[in-house]
Design a protein. Sequence first.
Length: 399
Amino acid sequence: MKKSLLALAVAAALPGVALAQSSVTLSGNVKVGLAQTKFSNGTATVGGATPTFPLNPTNNGSITGVADGSSRFILSGVEDLGGGLKAIFQIDQRFRGDESRPSNTADGNTFVGLAGGFGQFRMGKLDLYYGYGTDEHGIRATALQHSNISILSYVNGTVAIARASRSTNVLRYDSPRFGGVTFGLAYSPNAGGGEGGYQVPVATAAGALNANNPLGGTGDYQKGQAIQADLSYAAGPIRAGIAYWDEKTEGYQTLGRDAGQKAARIWGGYNFGMFDIGLTIDQSKFTGTNAANQELKRTAFSIPIKVNIGSGTLLFTASAAGKTKLGGATQADTDARMYVLGYDYALSKRTSLGVSYSFLDNKANAQYANFTGNALGSIANPTPGQDVKQLYLGIRHAF
């Protein structure tokens, strides 16, 4: 349940402000579950030894632990500026519900902006591209680790599209709704962090890595940039959308080639009432992956199905990543499949229980992993060809 902080914050600090014109709200959720994870087809076996935690990815075996599902609290607000114009802001703080670990302040979607009849304009740190057309495991009591983001937002499991997370230094515009149509545009001078450039010390050897220069090399300030455009339609039982992502990695000019990533995603779905079915197709590529300036590309798809059963919802998702292509040449055994079955049961409007099971099947040279499995579940990422099975029992409370 959202709590208004206006009376306390404004009345104490600014008693002269008109209370009817602004509001501040605290909201969020806590989501935690018990996960049993099993690795198979790895390069070695544990034998009789007990696996370490996190599980050594070169070993096969199973381990049980508690996993967080991206718990957070959000402070948001809006002020009426008159004439239909409003000031808006949000501070999104993520935390681990299962254990205490250091985290950055406001490391979730955090922004300030203006909204009105023209739509809304925001500046800050925002989710861009990677979450479009995905399933509902992130917003339910089932495992976040079972989201089809695991397949849709990675190329061969090792490189994330748009970091499969938030982009920084973002300026974003979202249109008002025109019938069932909306569109959005976003730009960042450096979506991965920093403030528009880097400069490697003269003493740094050419090609050496630098914390602010992930591609290596020496030179003057080299600006990266990211652009995203999206268009969606939702009316009645029908939904559809398309999104495009184009990022030039910070420091790309030093390499003398177009180092970065490009991706396009289309999705759609139809709600039949008792059940809902969707389809998402994503094609992503990374450019400048080597000195020959070759592209690494793959196509992936996902079919999420949702069935409403009384106070519960049955969730099934089938996802697949095709073989990668390097410079147009198909790379053998780089494809993967992921199947997820889950059930979310609402105890109330704010509290739900969830159970889900996932099977991630990596071919011999594929290395896809459960989304946030390492970051929030403390399980190691698999080695090439290693399969991952996981059973999860969780609870989620929204406030």
